[in-house]
Design a protein around this ligand. Structure first.
Ligand SMILES: N[C@@H](CCC(=O)N[C@@H](CS)C(=O)NCC(=O)O)C(=O)O
Length: 204
């Protein structure tokens, strides 16, 4: 049986993407809570060896470390044949959604959330306005990508949905509003039986 250990923290949307994928796919795994707010040197020694930037998520599969949330999602989908990984079309869709998320909505939302947390301190003048402008463009693209389907992968969620969920779960914490289209998708995502709050994905 495959042994999986996921290192993460409830405040990390990147780690939540992977936790959600494993939960949706019903892949058994254990988790290790890593304090992302503490100094990197204080993190577990095995984690520091396996994660080159001392970042979560880290997924260790049978002793092999996998880092970068998008790459981990692709590994899960292809290795376990799930969440879009079942077909070449699903894999292509997953890759496209992951690239979009990482370059666009998954770039501005974590920054906007952090800006709210630190009340803008340390952000150069105009940065928050620029990120907000990008988010507004991302809202339109979100609707284009979703189309008339309930999920980004069609009738069922896939790795693209997991990636986009990572930080859209915290729109109010990022100080931005959801569009009507987003609200519908977020509601469907929250209603998934495999969905859990971040603290349940990563108990301390
Ligand atoms: N590009 C990476 C981003 C990972 C990342 O930024 N992780 C943050 C938490 S969201 C982290 O571990 N921060 C702790 C640190 O940098 O010390 C991914 O997609 O996995």
């Amino acid at each position: 049986m495959t042994d999986l250990v996921l290192y993460g923290h409830p405040d990390s949307g990147h780690a939540c993407k992977v936790a959600l994928a494993l939960s949706l796919a019903g892949v058994r795994h254990s988790t290790v809570w890593v304090d992302i707010w503490a100094s990197p040197e204080s993190r577990p020694a095995d984690f520091l060896v396996a994660s080159p930037f001392a970042e979560v998520p880290l997924l260790v599969i049978d002793g092999t470390p996998y880092v970068q949330s998008g790459a981990i999602l692709l590994e899960i989908a292809t290795r376990f044949g799930c969440l879009g990984g079942e077909t070449p079309e699903g894999q292509r869709r997953g890759r496209e959604l992951l690239m979009w998320e990482a370059n666009r909505i998954g770039m501005c939302l974590p920054q906007l959330k952090e800006a709210q947390r630190v009340k803008g301190q340390g952000f150069p003048q105009g940065a928050i306005e620029w990120l907000t402008m990008r988010y507004q463009a991302d809202c339109q693209r979100f609707a284009t990508l979703l189309g008339d389907e309930p999920f980004f992968h069609g009738p069922k969620p896939g790795i693209g949905d997991c990636a986009i969920w990572g930080y859209t779960q915290w729109l109010s914490e990022a100080g931005v509003a959801a569009t009507h289209v987003m609200e519908g998708w977020l509601h469907r995502m929250r209603a998934l039986p495999a969905m859990r709050p971040p603290q349940t994905f990563f108990p301390e």
